[in-house]
Write a protein that binds this ligand. Structure first.
Ligand code: G6P
Ligand code: ZN
Length: 583
């Protein structure tokens, strides 16, 4: 059939500024007439012509509620804008790391390559008719669009007057693999539905030694549990952990992707990953029986990860440091060395210590994965991570939840080479972490989140903290008045970053109070919420003395917590006596 293109008149809709990771709003906001269409057209208009006309685009996501409608709308608009082909993962499912991998790695039957893609996700935010939907655009390198593009998109949303759409193009059956071909005014247009896991699995197999992981998983001494929290990770977990690596089916928890994530909050942390936490022996009411040796969870779009040992939590900040410290020996992809490592500012300095000891290039960037992407494109960074349960490497330009699990499995397999068979006792996740602390010291670390706080009050709290910074003696007077047993504040500032690759400067990236003993308090406002403001408070204390690295984290940090809450007047500003989530 030959489809027609019609032009629809529209007008700007307020509030379409993309946040840290694209545009995230309630589904009912997205369902307003022209809301999605305005954003998609504003994106097309922000791209250079060759990234639209005749181009190949990926469109998929975590499969959350509204994805199936959104994908059909985007297909019709892509057709009308002269896009040559759209690639869609079966049932619109592609994890965020898989989209990045598909953009970078996949070739069509005729050798075509994608120049970008729309990812339909609100990441770790809940899904369903009354919850969140989201959309973001990733570039040719597989990474999120840089600010220069997202700013342009936003400007376009403020002036948009019309958009073209191929209204009579029939809906494409996204549940069946295959190509649907159409003919439009500008020529051919294809929609190809492909297997969500194939390209990603191929990439993972080129990075890790699957055979050694398979041996570990087959050892009767080892046991494993993976919680996909009903997100898109489920589409990969069965294929990779069960089919490729031989894990038991019973190792998979919540691995059927659901539009509403089973009503849960698909964020892999100790509060929301309740079932896994209970199974690993870390919950208030444990499931009973002996917990598995290794457990992990993912968020809705499978770019985040949480790593657990038996009755043991690995902080994301420790996780990236431990991966960096062991990567060269344990992961074939890194065998010739690491180009450098990087962490986001609020992430603990555990990685810094490893970088120093291994003499690696090191970078501290603002929160947001795009900053790592630039370093990777510049060949300066191989492994990076964030306290917000994101870990990854330069194999793609997004953080990668399943990659992190495979990295940990590789380290476990490497450390247990001689133990998987025979009588040797298994080196556990906890052993690896404690050994790491003994070698490098420990960064006690915790994060307090105050979700859905009044945005005005949150702003006032931040302004109050910035004002305080003008006099360090004054701050120290306050600090000593609260607790006399903590070190002095040495300096305080708002974090600013100059990108070494493109020279761009990012200001106001979080408020820091740096103590003489290396402790830190960091305050910042979340850039990923969809309602009100979320204040994040990050608390960190370094302990070099190996005999003191085994304390209970919340107990070790309680003096600093006390100071942070009083210094910021948290309760006074927010009316909250306790945080919503502690991680
Ligand atoms: C997303 C980004 C991460 C970032 C996180 C922070 O997941 O991809 O790079 O660390 O958001 O979110 P926040 O809510 O703290 O701004
Ligand atoms: Zn995510």
């Amino acid at each position: 059939m030959v489809f027609k293109v019609s032009t629809v008149s529209t007008s700007p809709i307020d509030g379409q500024k993309p946040g840290t990771s694209g545009l995230r709003k309630k589904v009912k906001v997205f369902k307003q007439p022209n809301y999605l269409e305005n954003f998609v057209q504003s994106t097309f208009n922000a791209l250079t012509a060759e990234k639209v006309k005749g181009a190949t685009l990926v469109v998929s996501g975590d499969g959350r509620y509204y994805s199936k409608d959104a994908v059909q709308i985007i297909i019709k608009m892509a057709a009308a804008n002269g896009v040559r082909r759209v690639w869609v993962g079966k049932n619109t499912l592609l994890s965020t790391p898989a989209v990045s991998a598909v953009i970078r790695e996949r070739s069509g039957a005729d050798g075509s390559k994608a120049t970008g893609g729309f990812i339909l996700t609100a990441s770790h935010n809940p899904g369903g008719p009354t919850e969140d939907f989201g959309i973001k655009y990733n570039m040719e390198n597989g990474g999120p669009a840089p600010e220069s593009i997202t700013d342009k998109i936003y400007e376009n949303t403020k002036t948009i007057k019309e958009y073209p759409i191929a209204q009579d193009l029939p809906n494409v059956d996204i549940s069946a693999i295959g190509v649907s071909s159409f003919e439009g005014p500008e020529g051919k247009f294809d929609v190809e539905v492909f297997d969500s896991a194939d390209d990603y699995v191929k990439l993972m197999k080129s990075i890790f030694d699957f055979e050694s992981i398979r041996k570990l998983l087959s050892s009767p001494k080892f046991s494993f549990c993976y919680d996909a929290m009903h997100g898109v990770a489920g589409a990969y977990a069965h294929r990779i952990f069960v089919e490729e690596l031989g894990a038991q089916e019973s190792a998979l928890l919540n691995c059927t992707p659901k539009e509403d994530f089973g009503g849960g909050h698909p964020d892999p942390n100790l509060t929301y990953a309740k079932e896994l936490v209970a199974r690993m022996g870390l919950g208030k009411s444990d499931t009973g029986g002996e917990p598995p040796e290794f457990g992990a969870a993912a968020d809705g779009d499978a770019d985040r990860n949480m790593i657990l040992g038996k009755r043991f939590f690995v902080t994301p900040s420790d996780s990236v440091a431990i991966i960096a410290a062991n990567a060269i020996g344990a992961i074939p992809y890194f065998k010739s060395g690491l180009k450098g490592v990087a962490r986001s500012m609020p992430t603990s300095a555990a990685l810094d210590v490893v970088a120093k000891s291994l003499n690696l290039k090191f970078f501290e960037v603002p929160t947001g994965w795009k900053f790592f992407g630039n370093l990777m494109d510049g060949g300066m960074c191989s492994v990076c991570g964030e306290e917000s349960f994101g870990t990854g490497s330069d194999h793609i330009r997004e953080k990668d939840g399943i990659w992190a699990v495979l990295a940990w499995m590789s380290i476990l397999a490497h450390k247990n080479k001689g133990n998987v068979e025979g009588d040797g006792k298994l080196v556990t996740v906890e052993d690896i972490v404690r050994q790491h602390w003994a070698t490098y010291g420990r960064h006690y670390y915790t994060r307090y989140d105050y979700e859905n706080v009044d945005a005005g009050k949150a702003k006032e709290l931040m302004e109050h903290l910035v004002k305080l910074q003008s006099s360090i003696p004054e701050v120290n007077k306050l600090v000593k008045g609260i607790r006399s047993d903590v070190a002095n504040v040495a300096s305080a500032d708002e974090f600013e970053y100059k990108d070494p690759v493109d020279g761009s400067i990012s200001k106001h990236q979080g408020i820091r109070y740096l103590f003489e003993d290396g402790s830190r308090l960091v305050f910042r406002l979340s850039g990923t919420g969809s309602e009100g403001a979320t204040i994040r408070l990050y608390i960190e204390q370094y302990e070099k003395d190996a005999s003191k690295t085994g304390r209970e984290s919340q107990e070790a940090l309680s003096p600093l917590v006390d100071i942070a809450l009083k210094l910021s007047k948290m309760e006074e500003f927010t009316g909250r006596s306790t945080p919503t989530v502690i991680t």
